[in-house]
Design a protein around this ligand. Sequence first.
Ligand SMILES: [Zn+2]
Length: 288
Amino acid sequence: MRICIGVFALLLVVQGVCLAAPRVTVTPESPRPGEVLFVTLEPEQELLRAACSWNGRSYPFRFREKSGRYPLALPISADTRPGKHRATVYWKYADGAMGRESITIQVRPRDFGVQRLRLSSSQAKKYSSPDTKREKRLIAAALDRVTPDRLWRGSFVMPVEGRISTPFGIKRYVNGKFSYRHRGVDIAAPEGTPVRAAADGVVALADDSFLLHGKTIVLDHGQGVLSLYLHLSRIEVSVGERVSRGEIIGRVGQTGVATGPHLHFGVYVYHEAVDPFFWMKLPTGRGR
Ligand SMILES: [Zn+2]
């Protein structure tokens, strides 16, 4: 018996398996495409590094809360196929012990629908015009930000009171040809209607020179979560400014390519567009 235990212990050392595995929790249990997976790691001892592999990408746990927990918000792309997916958490403790744990995530089916849009050829051309490269690059750079402080507390608020004219995730055909998936929600409202910050954040981008997106604001809410506001008639904040949930940041307009006054509102997690409405009703335990 003693020999058996010895061999078992040796195997554990050789494989570097750690007995005091961290507690890993994941919510929601069965999300839909376009939603978010909240993964929390609670290590038993000092952590050297840890990451979660999800959908072909590795996301490091970089942010330690005062409680000692490491939170991570992961995007479930709108293109994710329904069915079983695996999130694998890898960790290494400061004493060299390491391990991993795989969690099966059952992604439920979701139909986003189709929208057909007619645009004049000069407007349609703007989607692929080389003149819009600069604005696409600037927006992409802003959405790439991953800053350590989580600024949002509780669910997001609707940035504008109005009618939802285009939902999130719909497949858009422009002049009969598949063009792109709609990566936010469009909220129709009269020109000049106040646009409010959906959550506490810092202004990462405020630019009034864009041909396609129009006057644009990007807010950084921290830990890879950002929100995007397009087609504004006026911008009322500047880069680096700290804003609170509900604070007015601009006005509804139809600048750039738009078929009428509306706000295009997007929420991004690690540069992946997710459903803004998910953030307005965060799962229990996430509304801190
Ligand atoms: Zn839109």
